[in-house]
Design a protein around this ligand. Structure first.
Ligand SMILES: Nc1ncnc2c1ncn2[C@@H]1O[C@H](COP(=O)(O)OP(=O)(O)OP(=O)(O)O)[C@@H](O)[C@H]1O
Ligand SMILES: [Mg+2]
Length: 274
């Protein structure tokens, strides 16, 4: 079943029209983008820097109203829906950004950070809320002893786990993951990707996984798309379709990984092979 339908979205910043008063066209950041995300699946959105990926994420989250087109979440258009539906959509759509530190208030403990959405949406007793926070901390691989710690006492990977715990606290339907693993080292990146895949199964989550990391996208995604200069130039229903793609953006990304392999380097460094 379609959870999210993105229908013919176009957007540009700074002007409500694509042409300014002199008749010059303002640059389109998104151009006629359409795709769907099914319930329980991950759509990987690949594209180079400036392609419009984060803008598309903001449009989906209801943070940036598109100039034209519609986003339907469970059949509802956030911008025309009534207050009650908007409230429900806000609850069921969550986000995790790249920079785990700037996504949290440095003055709040992990407990307060994770409890924030619960305080806004659920009427839990203090004891119930505490139990829920402990459960969430444990679910993302942290523990009760981390509750009273502040953001500066965590590593980037641990803090990203706290951001994920906060995002899943209300059992949302869709999480926009905007470069959520991009600033992590290889080991932490793989651990967080494993955690995201487990949570997806357990909670029946869907992801809009924004990245320029072809390996991460390939690992986690069920369907994939390439955004190039604001246009969705490719859509792949399966990983095998994506793997054999001859599109230049995919080829460039694939080559950039292959170039990392020692065999493909002109200068071999001794420690790389040991
Ligand atoms: N708030 C804004 N106001 C004006 N222009 C913006 C704004 N946000 C983004 N842009 C412009 O829109 C274009 C797309 O930006 P966007 O952040 O969506 O790209 P991206 O694909 O997420 O890039 P990256 O991989 O570097 O994060 C860029 O040219 C950018 O400068
Ligand atoms: Mg971005």
């Amino acid at each position: 079943m379609n959870l999210l339908q993105v229908n013919d979205i176009s957007h540009s910043y700074g002007s409500r029209k694509f042409f300014d008063w002199k008749g010059n066209s303002s640059k389109k950041v998104l151009e006629n983008v359409s795709f769907t995300i099914d319930e329980g699946t991950c759509f990987g959105m690949l594209g180079s820097s400036g392609a419009g990926k984060s803008t598309l994420g903001k449009v989906i989250l209801g943070l940036e109203q598109p100039l034209s087109g519609k986003v339907l979440f469970q059949g509802h258009d956030f911008y025309t829906a009534d207050k009650h539906i908007r409230h429900k959509i806000r609850r069921e759509l969550q986000v995790v950004f790249q920079d785990s530190y700037s996504s949290v208030n440095p003055r709040l403990t992990a407990e307060r950070i994770i409890a924030e959405p619960l305080e806004n949406y659920e009427k839990l007793t203090i004891a119930e809320q505490k139990r829920t926070v402990i459960h969430l901390l444990e679910r993302v691989g942290l523990s009760e002893t981390d509750m009273k710690k502040y953001p500066h006492q965590f590593s980037g990977g641990q803090l990203q786990r706290i951001n994920i715990a906060r995002a899943i606290s209300l059992k949302p339907k869709l999480i926009v993951l905007d470069e959520s693993v991009s600033s992590l080292d290889m080991l932490n990146k793989n651990l967080i990707l494993d955690l995201l895949m487990e949570l997806k199964e357990e909670y029946g989550l869907s992801y809009f996984f924004i990245t320029h990391d072809i390996k991460a996208a390939y690992t986690i995604s069920d369907t994939l798309g390439i955004l190039d200069k604001g246009k969705l130039v490719e859509f792949y229903d399966s990983k095998s379709q994506f793997f054999s793609s001859e599109h230049h953006v995919v080829k460039e990304m694939r080559d950039s990984i292959l170039a990392e392999h020692p065999r493909n380097r002109s200068i071999r460094i001794k420690y790389e092979t040991t």
